[in-house]
Design a protein around this ligand. Structure first.
Ligand SMILES: Nc1ncnc2c1ncn2[C@@H]1O[C@H](COP(=O)(O)OP(=O)(O)OP(=O)(O)O)[C@@H](O)[C@H]1O
Ligand SMILES: NCC(=O)N[C@@H]1O[C@H](COP(=O)([O-])[O-])[C@@H](O)[C@H]1O
Ligand SMILES: [Mg+2]
Length: 386
């Protein structure tokens, strides 16, 4: 038998699926874990487990049974305090258990970025009860952005434009979080000109940055991303400075998605994923090493001599419009007739409104042209209930 390292992925969505594929390309043994059966990464891993990852005992049980060389968080909603304990016992958590814990909820990472590192962020307040929330929102002012402290892809997020909308925004947050815990963050609404993800990789040979990825978000979830995004020299310098500061603080090896808002006179830090980023799916077609390949190389302690952007590119996710149990995606053949275009189907077992189920990826001579191609491809793709 070929003897190799064992990677245990906590979270098995579309991003994890690509991580597993890259890990297998380097001969690793892969185990996928998630809260539901038939998750995308489970479909390509050697083995899988379906457990409640917010339950510390369940996380420990799988880790102790499998004895992985690397524990790789893929989603924020994990019992990260247990990861801290497992790390103390000698298991390796990517990038570090502290990074997973701090970014698990918006409070840990926001306080670290703003209060400890003094990075520029939107003003913010936290609230546990409706009364605190009302006071906090009035203090921040309208419009403000409300988010459950533990959620991602915009779940439970809303923009509150006036006092009349407070109750509705609170209810959205209570229903959308990944755990039933009332705490929310209230953020000042930043009128940015554009926003980017600066993929930053910490590897054995140092910290490197990918070309900036521009993106557009709707209801807190990305609907389009492209690379490169045009920035001034001063903006790039500021963005890299912020990304270096936050990733140095989090430490460990791996890729980080540093989310930044570009305003006329300022670059704001928004948040950071200590793992591959959804907007970075575009790197599957633009770079010599995708964000997934970079992550795997970095966590194994292998060198990354250079990150080269081979072509401008763009991505457009296909999001389900309804909640169904049996579905298919039509129009793949037509989408693939668009020049320089690929489609990745995630194979999620069921849909929910707004759930990402596939992505169109295109390259072209310019990011604008690539955006146009990816848009044409997306138009052809449709979720159909069967
Ligand atoms: N304070 C803010 N001001 C203006 N827009 C904001 C603010 N906070 C968030 N947004 C918008 O909402 C988007 C999603 O917010 P955020 O990244 O905090 O949510 P998320 O649920 O963590 O998303 P993901 O997991 O996909 O990164 C941002 O990319 C931005 O477009
Ligand atoms: N913004 C974070 C992000 O995109 N995470 C990706 O989405 C999956 C969850 O999707 P689901 O909610 O459809 O199961 C996660 O497992 C990860 O791959
Ligand atoms: Mg985000």
């Amino acid at each position: 038998m070929y003897q190799t390292k064992k990677v245990l992925l906590l979270g098995s969505g579309e991003l994890g699926k690509e991580v597993i594929i890259e890990a297998q390309r380097l001969g690793l043994e892969t185990i996928a874990v998630d809260r539901y059966e038939h998750a995308p990464a489970m479909q390509v891993a050697h083995r899988s487990y379906c457990v409640d990852m917010l339950n510390p005992d369940k996380v420990r049980e799988v880790v102790e049974k499998e004895q992985p060389d690397l524990i790789v968080p893929e989603i924020e909603a994990i019992a990260t305090s247990e990861l801290v304990k497992l790390e103390e016992e000698g298991f390796r958590v990517i990038p570090t258990a502290r990074a997973a814990k701090l970014t698990m909820d918006r409070e840990g990472i926001r306080r670290l970025a703003s209060e400890t590192l003094k990075l520029p962020t939107a003003q913010y307040k936290f609230a546990d009860t409706y009364e605190e929330f009302v006071l906090g929102a009035k203090e921040i002012g309208f419009p403000c952005v409300i988010k459950p402290i533990m959620s991602s892809s915009g779940k439970g997020q809303s923009v509150c434009r006036s006092e009349e909308e407070l109750e509705e925004c609170w209810n959205i947050a209570m229903e959308g979080g990944r755990v039933q815990n009332g705490r929310v963050i209230i953020e000042e609404f930043i009128r940015f000109e554009s926003e980017i993800t600066l993929l930053t990789v910490r590897a054995v040979n140092g910290t490197m940055f990918c070309a900036p990825i521009g993106h557009i978000q709707k209801d807190g979830d990305y609907i389009e991303s492209w690379q490169p995004h045009h920035m001034t020299e001063a903006q790039i310098e500021e963005a890299e400075k912020i990304a270096k500061a936050i990733t140095d603080e989090l430490g460990g090896y791996g890729i980080f998605g540093v989310e930044l808002f570009l305003a006329e006179d300022k670059v704001y830090f928004s948040e950071v994923s200590p793992r591959p980023h959804d907007t970075g799916l575009v790197t599957l077609v633009t770079q010599n090493l995708s964000e997934f390949a970079l992550h795997v190389r970095a966590i194994l302690g292998f060198p990354i001599p250079e990150i080269t952007q081979l072509s401008p590119g763009a991505s457009r996710p296909l999001k389900a419009k309804t909640e169904v149990n049996d579905y298919t995606i039509t129009g793949i053949e037509e989408a693939l007739a668009v020049p320089n275009t690929q489609v990745r189907v995630f194979g999620k077992p069921v849909t929910k409104v707004g759930r990402r189920i596939a992505v169109a990826l295109s390259t072209a001579e310019t990011a604008e042209q690539a955006r146009d191609y990816a848009g044409q491809a997306l138009e052809k793709l449709q979720m159909k209930e069967v």
